[in-house]
Design a protein around this ligand. Structure first.
Ligand code: HEC
Length: 102
Protein backbone atom coordinates (compact mmCIF):
# COMPACT_ATOMS: atom_id res chain seq x y z
CA UNK A 1 0.00 0.00 0.00
CA UNK A 2 2.78 2.37 0.99
CA UNK A 3 4.65 1.51 -2.19
CA UNK A 4 1.55 2.22 -4.21
CA UNK A 5 1.15 5.69 -2.73
CA UNK A 6 4.79 6.46 -3.39
CA UNK A 7 4.43 5.30 -6.96
CA UNK A 8 1.37 7.46 -7.42
CA UNK A 9 2.98 10.67 -6.17
CA UNK A 10 6.04 9.99 -8.30
CA UNK A 11 3.72 9.59 -11.27
CA UNK A 12 2.12 12.98 -10.69
CA UNK A 13 5.53 14.67 -10.52
CA UNK A 14 6.53 13.06 -13.79
CA UNK A 15 3.42 14.01 -15.72
CA UNK A 16 4.55 17.51 -16.66
CA UNK A 17 7.74 16.22 -18.20
CA UNK A 18 6.07 13.35 -20.01
CA UNK A 19 3.55 15.75 -21.52
CA UNK A 20 6.50 17.65 -22.99
CA UNK A 21 8.10 14.42 -24.19
CA UNK A 22 4.91 13.24 -25.82
CA UNK A 23 4.75 16.37 -27.99
CA UNK A 24 7.44 14.71 -30.10
CA UNK A 25 5.17 11.74 -30.69
CA UNK A 26 1.90 13.56 -31.35
CA UNK A 27 2.76 14.40 -34.96
CA UNK A 28 2.44 10.75 -35.93
CA UNK A 29 0.41 9.15 -33.15
CA UNK A 30 -2.05 12.01 -32.59
CA UNK A 31 -2.39 14.38 -29.67
CA UNK A 32 -4.06 11.65 -27.62
CA UNK A 33 -2.54 8.62 -29.29
CA UNK A 34 -5.71 8.24 -31.34
CA UNK A 35 -4.04 7.90 -34.75
CA UNK A 36 -2.46 4.97 -36.49
CA UNK A 37 1.05 6.35 -37.08
CA UNK A 38 1.72 6.54 -40.82
CA UNK A 39 -1.28 4.30 -41.31
CA UNK A 40 0.61 1.37 -39.81
CA UNK A 41 0.87 1.35 -36.04
CA UNK A 42 -1.81 0.37 -33.58
CA UNK A 43 -3.70 3.09 -31.75
CA UNK A 44 -1.64 3.57 -28.63
CA UNK A 45 -4.13 5.44 -26.43
CA UNK A 46 -4.27 3.86 -22.97
CA UNK A 47 -1.96 1.04 -24.00
CA UNK A 48 -0.72 -0.87 -20.96
CA UNK A 49 2.54 0.78 -19.80
CA UNK A 50 4.54 -2.44 -19.38
CA UNK A 51 3.93 -3.28 -23.02
CA UNK A 52 4.84 0.25 -24.14
CA UNK A 53 8.11 0.20 -22.17
CA UNK A 54 8.95 -3.16 -23.74
CA UNK A 55 8.16 -1.92 -27.25
CA UNK A 56 9.95 1.42 -26.93
CA UNK A 57 13.05 -0.18 -25.43
CA UNK A 58 13.13 -2.70 -28.26
CA UNK A 59 12.68 0.05 -30.89
CA UNK A 60 15.54 1.98 -29.28
CA UNK A 61 17.76 -1.10 -29.48
CA UNK A 62 16.75 -1.64 -33.09
CA UNK A 63 15.15 -4.96 -32.13
CA UNK A 64 11.52 -4.23 -32.99
CA UNK A 65 10.16 -3.71 -36.47
CA UNK A 66 6.51 -4.68 -36.64
CA UNK A 67 5.43 -3.14 -39.93
CA UNK A 68 8.76 -2.40 -41.61
CA UNK A 69 8.93 1.08 -40.08
CA UNK A 70 10.87 0.27 -36.91
CA UNK A 71 13.74 2.56 -37.98
CA UNK A 72 11.42 5.53 -37.70
CA UNK A 73 10.76 4.69 -34.07
CA UNK A 74 14.45 4.03 -33.45
CA UNK A 75 15.13 7.64 -34.49
CA UNK A 76 12.42 8.95 -32.14
CA UNK A 77 13.84 7.09 -29.18
CA UNK A 78 17.58 7.47 -29.66
CA UNK A 79 17.76 10.44 -27.27
CA UNK A 80 15.43 9.12 -24.57
CA UNK A 81 16.67 7.60 -21.32
CA UNK A 82 15.05 4.50 -19.79
CA UNK A 83 13.44 6.80 -17.19
CA UNK A 84 11.93 8.99 -19.90
CA UNK A 85 10.63 5.93 -21.72
CA UNK A 86 8.93 4.81 -18.52
CA UNK A 87 7.41 8.27 -17.98
CA UNK A 88 6.08 8.30 -21.51
CA UNK A 89 4.59 4.83 -21.13
CA UNK A 90 2.73 5.87 -17.98
CA UNK A 91 1.53 9.03 -19.70
CA UNK A 92 0.24 7.00 -22.66
CA UNK A 93 -1.52 4.50 -20.38
CA UNK A 94 -3.46 7.38 -18.84
CA UNK A 95 -4.38 9.01 -22.13
CA UNK A 96 -7.97 9.27 -23.19
CA UNK A 97 -8.45 9.57 -26.91
CA UNK A 98 -11.65 11.55 -26.48
CA UNK A 99 -10.33 14.17 -24.10
CA UNK A 100 -9.29 17.57 -25.35
CA UNK A 101 -6.00 19.03 -24.21
CA UNK A 102 -7.32 22.38 -23.04
C1 HEC B 1 7.58 10.02 -37.61
C2 HEC B 1 6.40 9.36 -37.08
C3 HEC B 1 6.46 8.82 -35.65
C4 HEC B 1 6.79 9.50 -34.50
C5 HEC B 1 7.20 10.96 -34.36
C6 HEC B 1 6.64 8.54 -33.41
N1 HEC B 1 6.21 7.34 -33.89
FE1 HEC B 1 5.75 5.68 -32.77
N2 HEC B 1 5.46 4.62 -34.46
C7 HEC B 1 5.57 5.11 -35.75
C8 HEC B 1 5.51 4.01 -36.69
C9 HEC B 1 5.58 4.12 -38.20
C10 HEC B 1 5.35 2.83 -35.91
C11 HEC B 1 5.33 1.38 -36.41
C12 HEC B 1 6.79 0.90 -36.48
C13 HEC B 1 6.99 -0.55 -36.85
O1 HEC B 1 7.06 -0.86 -38.05
O2 HEC B 1 7.07 -1.40 -35.93
C14 HEC B 1 5.29 3.25 -34.52
C15 HEC B 1 5.07 2.40 -33.44
C16 HEC B 1 4.91 2.80 -32.13
C17 HEC B 1 4.46 1.97 -31.04
C18 HEC B 1 4.01 0.52 -31.16
C19 HEC B 1 2.57 0.50 -31.66
C20 HEC B 1 2.13 -0.84 -32.19
O3 HEC B 1 1.56 -0.85 -33.31
O4 HEC B 1 2.35 -1.86 -31.55
C21 HEC B 1 4.47 2.74 -29.92
C22 HEC B 1 4.08 2.33 -28.51
C23 HEC B 1 4.94 4.06 -30.30
N3 HEC B 1 5.18 4.07 -31.65
C24 HEC B 1 5.11 5.12 -29.45
C25 HEC B 1 5.72 6.33 -29.81
C26 HEC B 1 6.18 7.33 -28.88
C27 HEC B 1 6.04 7.24 -27.37
C28 HEC B 1 6.71 8.35 -29.62
C29 HEC B 1 7.39 9.64 -29.12
C30 HEC B 1 8.63 9.43 -28.37
C31 HEC B 1 6.57 8.00 -31.02
N4 HEC B 1 5.99 6.75 -31.09
C32 HEC B 1 6.91 8.82 -32.07
C33 HEC B 1 5.72 6.44 -36.10
C34 HEC B 1 6.11 7.46 -35.24
Amino acid sequence: MKTMLLTMSATVALLANSEELYKNCAGCHGEHGELSAMGQSKIITAQESNLTVKQLTAYKEGELNQYGLGNIMLLQLSKLSPEEIKELAIYIENMDKNSSSE
